[in-house]
Design a protein. Structure first.
Length: 131
């Protein structure tokens, strides 16, 4: 899978620049990206909760993960909370779209998925759809 964030170079201390066109953005926790059209900076600040059903278990509900992005742009600062129900955000129900800072954000994936092998020191990775 081709990630836009991997196609472009670094931008000072704000991480990779993501073109203004629609696309996927992958951020490890603590990492930032610069968005264009309009210009904004977003940082994968933290995981608020992760109650997704662990791999290999049978659950009555899929559970959900909630992450927090901290963003700034156009003279404003915003906290953006994104939700993911189940494994992937392939529908509006599984991952509602949130508008902020002149962009729309959707959480497509959050890795590692609960119950999968997680080596020590692995940093969570959020894959977002940004328009």
């Amino acid at each position: 899978m081709l990630l836009l964030a991997a196609m472009v170079g670094s931008c000072a201390d704000h991480g990779p620049t993501v073109p203004g066109a629609s696309g996927e953005v992958a951020l490890h926790i603590g990492d930032s990206a610069r968005l264009t059209g309009p210009t904004a900076f977003v940082k994968f600040a933290r995981i608020d909760s992760d109650s997704r059903c662990p791999m290999g278990y049978m659950c009555f509900i899929a559970g959900e993960a909630v992450i927090e992005l901290s963003g700034s742009g156009g003279g404003q600062t915003e906290i953006v909370r994104l939700t993911l129900v189940g494994m992937e955000g392939d529908s509006e129900t599984a991952a509602p779209t949130v508008s902020a800072l002149g962009h729309t954000f959707k959480l497509l994936r959050l890795d590692p998925y609960p119950g999968t092998y997680q080596p020590l020191g692995i940093r969570p990775l959020a894959t977002l759809i940004v328009h």
